[in-house]
Every structure is written in C-alpha cells, then in structure tokens.
Design a protein around this ligand. Structure first.
Ligand SMILES: Cc1cc2nc3c(=O)[nH]c(=O)nc-3n(C[C@H](O)[C@H](O)[C@H](O)COP(=O)(O)OP(=O)(O)OC[C@H]3O[C@@H](n4cnc5c(N)ncnc54)[C@H](O)[C@@H]3O)c2cc1C
Length: 693
C-alpha cells in the first residue's frame, strides 16, 4: 500500500474572434499588487500608487528572469467590462436541478462534465461564451463570399491521432468518440541563427539536428541529451505505469493506482525522485546540459506550460522525453479546426445524457452552510447542484463568483485571498491573417507550426521576443477557400495588460498601440513569407482586452504561474510534503471543486483535460472509477496499463467506503446509498438516481 501511495505522485504528462470592441470601457485604475521576477510570492503591500513594475518587464526581460504578474482580486475595479460582439451576452440558461454543475466548457470543464456523465451523474455544463471549448474555440469571418476560420488559442497537439499517453486522446477513446486529424512531423524554428526544424518522431533526426546546429559541440550535445534522458528515465517510465486518469483525490487512489506496483517494484529508485517530479526542471538541466543550442531547445519545449526550464515542473518534460522521439509521434491538425476538440467532448457529454448550455454566464456560486448548492446565472435563474459544483474558470475568475459573505469561515477568506493573488502569466496578443496563396511557394517549410525567437538572451516569456505562427490550412483545406491560407500568429503569454487597459478600445491611441505591439508578429511571419503583407485579404489584431473577453480569462492571462521549486499556496497535503506547484482542486467549500489549467498538471490541452478527469474521478465512487479504467484498458494495448489489476481489487474494500471523500457526499451518500459497490451503467437514463449522490 505504501508503494502505491507514493506512486500517486509520480504520474504527470507535459505536456478569439478578436474584433476590436465597439463598446467603450471606462478607464479604471487597476490595483496592482506585485510583480515577481526571481521567485513567485503572493504577499506585498497594495497601494493605489503601487509602482507598476509589470510594465517595466517590457523594458528589462533578461533571459534568467521568471516573469509573472500578480493582482489583488479583492480590489477588482468596480466597472463592467464590455460585452464584445461575437462572444454572447451570457444571458441564457434555465433554472433546474442537476447532480453536478460545471462552470465553463474549456478542456478541463468538458472532460470533467463528459466523464461525470459517463459515471452516471446528471450533468449540466454552463458556458458563458456562445462557443464551446474555452481557449480552444474557433471563430469564422466571411470575406468575398468565402469563409475563413481561425483558432483563438492552442495549435500544437501531439498524440491525438492514435491511442496515446495524451489524456485528451484517452478521454476521447473512453467516451468512444473520434476526431479526425491530419498529422505532421516537425516544428519549424526561426531563430537569430536562421531556420531549423525539430523533427518529431525521430531520435536519429534529432541527433542529426544537434550535429548540424551545434557545430563542433554536436557530439557533446548528444551526450548531454542522453545523460539528461538517462537521469529522468525512471520518472519518464512512470508515465507508462500509471496515467493521470488513474488519479483521484481521496483514499480511492490506493486502489486506482495499484496497477503501477510492478513498475515500482522493478524501479524502487523512483521514490528518491518523488520530489524531483514537481521541482524546477532547470535544476536537473543545469546538471547535465551546457551546450547553448540544447538548452534553448529545452526551454522552448517547456514554454507551452508558461515557463522555460526555469520555473517549469520536471514532469512537464517527461512526456516529451518519452514520446516525442518514438517513431509514431506526430503533431495533429484537427480537421475542421481546434473547435473539434470541444465538439468531440460535447458529443461525449451528450451521449451520456449530460447537457451543455452556451451563452450562460454564471454570476455566483451559491453556498449554504458551507456547501456549494448551485449557481446563480447572469439572467437571475438559479440552478441547483445536488452533489457538486466544479469551476473550470481560472482561479482569478472563480473568486469573483464567490463574493465575501459576512461571518464566513476564516479558511474560506484566506483561500479566496490566496488563490486570487496567485502569480499569473501575462496576456497574449494575436494577429489573424487571411492571405492569398496564389504563386506562394511554401516548399521551404514542411509543417504548419512554427516558433520564432528574436533573441536567445531575452526571456522566452517576453511577448516581444517569442511568438508562434500556425498555418493550419496547409493541411486542413476546410478552413478557408481554395487558394487562400489562414494564419494565426500569437505572442508568448507575457504581454503586460496594464498599458492596454488604460486605453479606450476604438480610440486612435488604442489602434496605434495595437499596430505597435503586433509589428513583431507581422515580421515573424515575414521570415517565412516575405511578401505576406502584400498577400493579405484581411487581418484582425486581437489585443489582450479582446483575449480577455473572448477567452473569459481575467486580464487575458495565459494562466496561473507558480514557478516550480516551492509549494503553491493552498496546495493541500501534497504541498506540505513535496514542492507541489499547484493549488488543490479541492476548496474549503464542501461540494466545490476546481479544474482546468491552473490545477495539476498545469497549462496545455492535455493537462487541462487531465485535471477535469481527476475532478470527475474524485466525485465518483471508486468502483465506478476502477470499472472505467478496466474498460479503457481493453480499448487498445497502449491502454493496458490503466487497469488497476489484482492489487486494485485487493485495496478496493479498504477504501471504497471513503469514496468520494466526506465533503463531496450528500446526506444520501452518508446514509449508505453510495457506500456500497455501484452497478454503473451510463446508458441507463435513471442511472443518476442510483449512483453516489
Ligand atoms: C494563444 C494560446 C495558445 C496555446 N497553445 C497551446 C498549444 O499549442 N497546445 C496546447 O496543448 N495548449 C495550448 N494552449 C493552452 C491551452 O489552450 C489551455 O491551457 C487550455 O485550453 C485551458 O483549458 P481550461 O480547461 O483551463 O479552460 P479554458 O479554456 O480557460 O476555459 C474555461 C471556460 O470557462 C468559461 N467561463 C469562465 N467564467 C465563466 C462563468 N462565470 N460562467 C460560465 N462560463 C465561464 C470560459 O468562457 C471558458 O470557456 C494555448 C493557449 C492559448 C491562449
């Protein structure tokens, strides 16, 4: 039991329609709390006159700085943010009663909703926007009679084309839903030294790249890479011994992770690395890697979690080390756009009787006697939750849904203060281009996905240094008319928000600032398509204000940013024994959970989906979870390891009476209805009356 307990900690994988708003927003004074550069902190004095050091980051962004932002959410400016055309007014949604209410249809919220529905709960997912998918939604524009579609967020996905270790793909398979994709095998890099390509799925190809790019240090770089891989080999192997989908946050995990026992017995050294899993990756990289090209490459591989190696959790690199170099590894373009991620999960949710309500903004999470009992919608309707409310909104948006009550427990006040002030990444600027492709020769590139770095000596979190562009129409012809291309260019998530919120959208200053800030994005694409400006059919600049409104993420943040190395506030039991860099998905309010990319294992679509699955598992009886894992293990040989096996059955009687944990039980559960093994059959429409409410 001890072995499997410890093993819980081991598994982790790596990893808008932006139209300038027409409504005018008042200029508000943001009460800036602090900026953290070397190490995140959550407490500094707040004064109206606080020096705006966030903005200073645009001037001093040296390579070794950890750039995060922090605000005091209890001092949120008292003005109504504008409703952007194209995002909905959030006024839909009926009153009703469900077992579980999920706020938000991002990858985390949808995964949680769909799996909870499969587990037999009656689920309602409430989405503020008129589109499903959160950061992964797409928008379209008509131009000259043709339709052009753009993704607003993620573009790079590995492992969605086949059964893989990507939790999102696992969830699709568990829901028995398919999502057609096209694949490609590399990532283009445009750097100060020129263009090169990271060939995914080829160990030899990567070694060849190191020889080419590192000159006389080529063989040294290969040796250093091998040494790093060897150091993390056991931890990497753990990703195929227990999956994120085996996790749950109660005693039941002893049973659901028990299938990892043979791995643990064979690799007892894994215990020594428990702490390393969550620790700052740069500590290990510093030990083994000196060749600058290799260090730079590792930093770019980490940056999707928001940090370079300094600040990234070691676990983020494990999936990449294990999978990106296998022959079958490939990046994927979902046919029809990234919105297909959300559509696929929505189909899964509805197949199991769940419901998604779009344009339904939640204004308040209702708490009675310390328990979340439902939500109040923006239109005033109240929806009751018999079992739990799960917030997929960022921590910063979640605390806004929980206004301080008189005489509330001190723990709740502290929790709200802690997670509202957590360090976070900055915002993102976007450029959407529709271009004419007549006579356009793209034979010098192989892939739709590209990273552009201006200067390796500057921080990769600096939005004027690192950006990405993505041309999905190279592979997906459904996204725009024939003979055209759509391109999404976006900065890294370190764009300071303050200069933007001082400006009135639509004003000359705002438009001028937009042009100034996205010039770097234009010139990034010009490196690949020198005459891109002459080819433009139309272009849209998405400012951080638009990003905020379309993605419904406070101040357009890329996400919560607790740099690895120490435990985050509110990280729960794990945080007291390991450097766990995430606040707990559980909250001080009974029946209220969180999921999404501010929860373990962090930013990225695979991680957000995994957090949703962990929340769903945590809310269901361990028997349901074990049965789901057993069924999933039979879907493909790749998933065999999901099954908790014989030891899972041994542990089950010890833990099943404690699942879900007491704060997630209702009276019915406590009196025994859920304590006995459950016959779960999600196809039965009455199943929610029988399961662990
Ligand atoms: C520009 C960009 C590029 C990225 N690139 C990649 C990439 O290449 N690969 C990758 O894997 N990941 C990438 N990511 C990260 C990834 O997209 C996110 O980490 C992930 O999608 C976040 O999912 P989530 O579950 O946390 O929820 P979100 O996507 O944040 O969704 C939360 C949902 O909650 C809704 N909501 C909020 N408040 C309320 C309310 N009060 N009432 C009702 N609904 C509400 C929101 O409208 C939203 O739909 C990128 C992100 C961005 C922005």
């Amino acid at each position: 039991m001890k072995l499997s307990t410890a093993f819980l900690f081991l598994c982790a994988t790596s990893a808008s329609a932006f139209i300038a708003p027409t409504s005018h927003r008042s200029i508000a004074t943001t009460r800036l709390q602090s900026t953290t550069e070397e190490a995140p902190a959550t407490t500094t004095t707040t004064t109206e006159e606080a020096k705006n050091t966030n903005v200073a980051q645009t001037e001093d962004t040296s390579r070794d700085k950890v750039m995060t932002f922090s605000y005091d959410m209890s001092m949120e400016p008292k003005y109504e943010k504008p409703t952007y055309p194209g995002t909905g007014n959030g006024m839909s949604g009926d009153s009703g009663e469900y077992d579980i209410i999920v706020i938000g249809s991002g990858m985390g919220g949808l995964s949680c909703s769909a799996l909870s529905a499969k587990y037999g709960s009656k689920v309602l997912c409430l989405e503020s926007h008129i589109k499903v998918g959160g950061s992964a939604h797409t928008f379209s524009r008509m131009h000259d009679g043709g339709k052009y579609s753009f993704e607003v967020g993620p573009s790079i996905f590995e492992g969605l084309d086949r059964p893989s270790l990507n939790p999102l793909r696992m969830i699709f398979d568990i829901l028995e839903e398919t999502m057609p994709v096209k694949t490609y095998k590399g990532l283009g890099y445009w750097t100060p030294s020129g263009y090169w390509r990271f060939p995914i799925g080829s160990r030899e190809g990567f070694e060849e790249l190191l020889r080419e790019q590192c000159g006389e240090d080529g063989e040294k770089a290969i040796r250093e890479w091998d040494a790093l891989r060897a150091r993390l080999k056991t931890l990497g192997g753990s990703t195929q011994a227990v999956a994120l989908l085996n996790l749950r946050q109660d005693a039941g995990f002893l049973a659901t992770t028990a299938g990892s026992l043979p791995f643990v017995l064979k690799n007892p050294d894994v215990f020594g690395d428990l702490s390393l899993t969550f620790d700052d990756l740069s500590k290990t990289v510093d030990e083994f890697v000196t060749v600058p090209f290799l260090r730079n490459f590792i930093d770019t591989m980490c940056i999707f979690c928001g940090f370079p190696a300094k600040g990234a959790m070691t676990a983020h690199l494990l999936y990449i080390l294990e999978r990106f170099f296998e022959d079958s590894a490939a990046f994927c373009v979902p046919i029809g756009g990234t919105c297909e991620l959300g559509n696929t999960l929505q189909r899964g949710l509805e197949k199991y009787g769940g419901k998604l309500q779009l344009n339904a903004h939640v204004d308040e999470i209702l708490i009675e006697d310390g328990r979340a009992v439902g939500v109040r919608l923006k239109n005033g309707n109240v929806v009751k939750a018999r079992k739990a409310v799960v917030s997929n909104a960022t921590p910063f948006d979640t605390v806004k849904l929980m206004p301080k009550q008189e005489e509330e427990p001190k723990g709740l006040t502290k929790w709200r203060d802690d997670i509202g002030k957590l360090p976070r990444h900055g915002a993102i600027s976007h450029l959407f281009l529709a271009i004419d492709a007549e006579g356009l020769d793209l034979s010098h590139i192989d892939d739709p996905a590209h990273l552009v770095v201006q200067d390796w000596d500057r921080s990769l979190q600096d939005s004027q240094n690192l950006c990405s562009f993505f041309i999905p129409s190279i592979l997906d012809k459904t996204l725009c008319p024939e003979g055209k291309h759509v391109i999404h260019v976006y900065s890294s998530g370190g764009e300071p928000y303050e200069p933007w919120e001082k400006l009135t959208p639509g004003s000359d200053e705002y438009e001028a600032y937009k042009k100034e800030r996205v010039e770097v994005l234009f010139s990034a694409v010009e490196r690949c398509i020198p005459d891109v400006r002459d080819r433009i059919e139309f272009s849209i600049i998405g400012s951080p204000l638009a990003h905020e409104a379309f993605l419904r993420r406070d101040r357009g943040t890329y996400g919560m940013a607790w740099a690895a190395g120490t435990s985050a506030p509110q990280s729960g039991i794990l945080g007291s024994v390991l450097p766990f860099p995430f606040p707990n998905l559980k909250t001080p309010v009974d029946g209220l959970l969180r999921c999404g990319d501010s929860c373990f294992p962090g930013i990225g679509t695979p991680s957000a989906a995994a957090s949703g699955a962990i929340a769903a598992n945590t809310m269901t009886h361990v028997d349901n979870h074990l049965q789901m894992l057993s069924e999933a293990s039979k879907l493909d040989p790749m998933y065999k390891f999901l099954d908790a096996g014989f030891m899972g059955q041994v542990y089950k009687p010890l833990v099943q009476g404690m699942t879900p944990s007491s704060e997630l039980r209702t009276d019915r559960f406590t009196t025994g209805a859920g304590a006995a093994p459950v016959d779960y059959s999600a196809s039965d429409p009455n199943v929610s009356d029988r399961v662990d409410l």
